[in-house]
Structure formats: structure tokens, C-alpha cells
Ligand binder design. Sequence first.
Ligand code: NCD
Length: 301
Amino acid sequence: MHIIRPSDLSDDQLDHLLREAEHWLEHNRGADKRVDRLAGRSIVLAFFENSTRTLLSFDMAAQRLGAMVTTLPAGQSSLAKGETLIDTALTIDAMQVDALVMRHPEPGAPDTVAETIRAAVVNAGDGTGEHPTQGLLDVATIHHHFGRVDGLKVAICGDIRHSRVASSTHALLERLGADVTLAGPAALMPEGHDGADGIDDAVAGADVVMMLRIQRERLAADLGDAPGEYLARYGLTEKRFATAAPGAVIMHPGPMNRGVEILGELADSEHSLITAQVEMGVAMRMAVLDLAINEPAAVTS
Ligand code: NCD
């Protein structure tokens, strides 16, 4: 099955992924990380936008499940020679691959590819669109830490307008019963949203404070903020975090801009789940690849 946005998953599939990710999290802490769940299967990773965490964790996830992984060096691919994305996708599909994990700057690109090819398409981020596996690993990290998602107060703060993480994580959090508040500078809030700024209100009493990077590469004009200004006005400072609920945690999908949206010391503090998110990322992507390739058998296991 294709996994392009959170709504592609049924409630049963979502529950299944959360359970499986817990299983793989434990498994990955053991010495022998390899299983045969996807033995003999062929997976291509095609990233037409920069990535560290997502690319590495899909690669590790596929290898730990025993699949054969091939990474398209996108910068050196024939796209640079004028080939269309569809022709690139058809070329990959003709090589009899089982899944294509793709990241692309154009929102909707994975939908177009999924309509055309036979292999399962897994969206690793489409421009300002969706980033379903990040949303899934975020809710799994919260569930792992608190033992629930339902009823938690979550603040998602920063560049909401351009963030595919905000879209996917928000959708999954609401589906699982969290109370989500979005906050950021007016210019970085979604069109039509009346809750500009509001970071102080969003963080006060929150159980989870999730900070997002300013997607400067997707901004038409620079924000014009002086060094330190963004942090003071909209970032996570000690003073702001002190107003969160007792036992509150800090999250960030990465990459972080320390001293901009988040104070470096807070990112490294005992309240931070940022590296726990990265660890869960590999586990969740194992669950996702298994579902995308082995579905429906995977859900009944
Ligand atoms: C994010 C992304 O690429 O959407 N990073 C990630 O996948 N962990 C967020 C970002 O680029 O700021």
C-alpha cells in the first residue's frame, strides 16, 4: 500500500504501527539487529531534497528488515538532464522494486508517482505537504514516554505555514485525542489562521512543547530578524519552558537551529526527547516499510 499522508492509514493500521514500533524499538537495542521480514525485497530511496535523519533511518530500517536497499543519488540523477519525475519513477518501477521511498520539494509529487507505478510509495516529505513517518514517530515517542496521547496538551511552535511535520504530526495527534495548539509569528502561521503569535499561551501548561525550524528555503522574503531576536520573541527559552506543565517534555524533528527556535541548553536537557525521536524514527520506519510492502498480512500479525 502507498503511505503518503496520515489519512491513508485506518485506525487499525495506526494502532498496529504504534505497537510494531514499540517492538522494533526494543529489538534495535539488541546486538543482532537483522531480521528476515523483508528478506529478498528491493527498496529504492530517492531523495530530491536534503535529509540526514529521514534518509539514514529509512536506509537502516530497510536493512534491518533484511531488504536490499538502493539509494538514488538524486543530485546526479537524470532529472538534472531534464527527465521528468514520472519517467524517473517508471524507470525505477521497471527494475521490479517493491517500494519507493521518496522525498520531493513539490507538494503532491508522491501522489502523482503513486498513480503511475506498481511499487508501494512511501512519502518521506513532499515540500510543504506531508511527512507521515515523522508524524508517526512523533506520536509514538509521546506514547512511549507518557503511556498515552489522549488528553495531553501539545504546543507546536514555529514555522507552521511551511512545515509538513506540523501538518502530519498535528493530524495524528488530534486523531489520538491530544489537545493541540499551534503558535508562531503571524507570517509563519497557516493562511486564514487567527491565532498568530501566542507562543506564551501555547507553552503555558503544555505537556509537550514541539519546536519547528524556520523553513527559510521556502520563504519568499527573509524574516528580517536580528540574531537572538527570534529566540526572544518566538523561541523556546528557559523562562517560557518554566510555564509548561510539570513533567513537560521538549521535542523537535530536527534539523535544529540552536539559538533560533530553541535554546541549545534546553535541547540537551533532561526534558528533551529529541534523541528519543531519532531512535523511534528507525523503529517506526521498520513498521511502516513492513506495512507498505506486506499489507494486509502485516496488520493481522
Ligand atoms: C523535517 C523535514 O525535512 O520535513 N526534518 C525531518 O524530516 N526530520 C523538518 C525540517 O526540515 O525542518
